[in-house]
Design a protein around this ligand. Structure first.
Ligand SMILES: Nc1ncnc2c1ncn2[C@@H]1O[C@H](COP(=O)(O)OP(=O)(O)OP(=O)(O)O)[C@@H](O)[C@H]1O
Length: 270
C-alpha cells in the first residue's frame, strides 16, 4: 500500500520549471529516498508535499485523501512531519522545549477550545505527551543534554534534536531533508541507525532527500531520481545505480570513477 502518492506534479517559478510532471509512490513502511544533482527539484518536491509551495498542476494523495488546499500545520497534524536542510530549531531554547514544540501540532488551540478542553482529559493528554517525549529522548540518547540550550550543542546533536522534535509530532511519514549533510562519519552512522530504527521500531515511513550516496544505497528500500525537475529513474538501490540515465545525470559534476564510487558504495569499501 502507498501511504503517499504524487501524481503529475508541476511547479514553476517564473520561467524556471522546478518540477515537471512528477509522479512518485511512497510505499508504507519503507525508506524511500529522492536523489538527484543540485537544483534537480528535490527540496521543491518536499515543499509541495508539506504545503509550503503550491504546485500549478498535479495532485498529492496522503492515506488515500487529497492534500489540496491544506496548509502546512494541517498537514503536519495529519502525520506528515518534516526536518529541514538547514537546522530549524529555536536556538535559545532548551532541547526539551524544542521537542515539546513538536507536539504542539496536536494541541487544541483557541479560546473556545481551551474553555471546553480542560480538567481530566487535558491532564491525561499531558501525561501521554510526557511519556512520548521521554521515549523519544531515551531512543535518541539525548537525555544528558535535555536541559541545555540548543545553540551550545555540536552540529550532529542539533540534527538529532530536530529529529526528536519531528518524532514528537507523532508522524506517519517522516520527511528528512538531507539528514546527514555536514556530519562526520560517526555522526552519519548514528543517524543512519536511528533512521532504520524509526522505521522498524516506530513503524514510521521515511521519505528522505539525501546526497550521501553511501548512506542512501545502504538504507533505502526505494529510490527515485530527479533531474531537471523530472523523475528519470525509480527502483531499488541495485537497479537505480546501474541505470545509464542516472549515471549520465550525475556526470555533469563528477569524473567517472568518483561517480561509480558515489553510486556504488560497496565498491568503495572493497
Ligand atoms: N523559491 C524559489 N524561487 C525561485 N526559484 C526556486 C525557488 N525554489 C527553488 N527554485 C528553483 O527551482 C529549481 C529546483 O530547486 P530545488 O532547491 O528544489 O533543487 P534541489 O534538488 O533541492 O537542489 P539541492 O540539492 O541543491 O538542494 C532550481 O532551479 C531552483 O533555483
Amino acid at each position: 500500500m502507498n501511504i503517499l502518492e504524487i501524481d503529475q506534479l508541476s511547479l514553476s517559478f517564473g520561467g524556471v520549471k522546478a518540477l515537471e510532471d512528477v509522479s512518485l509512490r511512497v510505499p508504507k513502511d519503507t525508506i524511500t529516498t529522492i536523489i538527484g544533482p543540485n537544483g534537480a527539484g528535490k527540496t521543491s518536491l518536499f515543499n509541495c508535499i508539506s504545503g509550503f509551495y503550491k504546485p500549478q498542476q498535479g495532485r498529492i494523495t496522503y492515506q488515500g485523501k487529497p492534500l489540496d488546499g491544506l496548509r502546512p500545520p494541517k498537514r503536519a497534524g495529519l502525520g506528515l512531519a518534516r526536518t529541514f536542510q538547514n537546522i530549524a530549531l529555536f536556538r535559545g531554547m532548551t532541547v526539551l522545549d524544542n521537542i515539546k514544540l513538536g507536539a504542539h501540532v496536536h494541541m487544541k488551540t483557541g479560546l473556545l477550545g481551551s474553555l471546553v478542553y480542560f480538567g481530566r482529559a487535558r491532564r491525561e493528554e499531558m501525561a501521554v505527551r510526557e511519556e512520548v517525549e521521554r521515549r523519544i529522548i531515551d531512543f535518541l540518547e539525548i537525555d544528558h543534554i535535555r536541559r541545555q540550550p540548543v545553540a551550545n550543542l555540536p552540529y550532529g546533536l542539533q540534527k538529532r534534536v530536530e529529529l526528536a522534535r519531528a518524532l514528537a509530532m507523532k508522524p506517519e511519514v517522516l520527511m528528512l531533508d538531507e539528514p546527514v549533510a555536514g556530519m562526520n562519519r560517526e555522526e552519519k552512522e548514528d543517524m543512519a541507525r536511528f533512521i532504520l530504527d524509526i522505521r522498524e521500531e516506530w513503524g514510521i515511513t521515511i521519505l528522505m532527500v539525501e546526497h550521501d550516496m553511501g548512506m542512501v544505497m545502504d538504507i533505502s528500500d526505494h529510490i527515485a531520481v530527479l533531474n531537471f525537475g523530472k523523475v528519470i529513474a525509480e527502483g531499488d538501490p541495485g537497479t537505480v545505480q546501474k541505470n545509464p540515465d542516472v549515471i549520465k545525470a550525475y556526470l555533469g559534476n563528477s569524473d567517472i570513477e568518483s561517480l561509480r564510487r558515489k553510486l556504488n558504495p560497496n565498491r568503495e569499501a572493497a
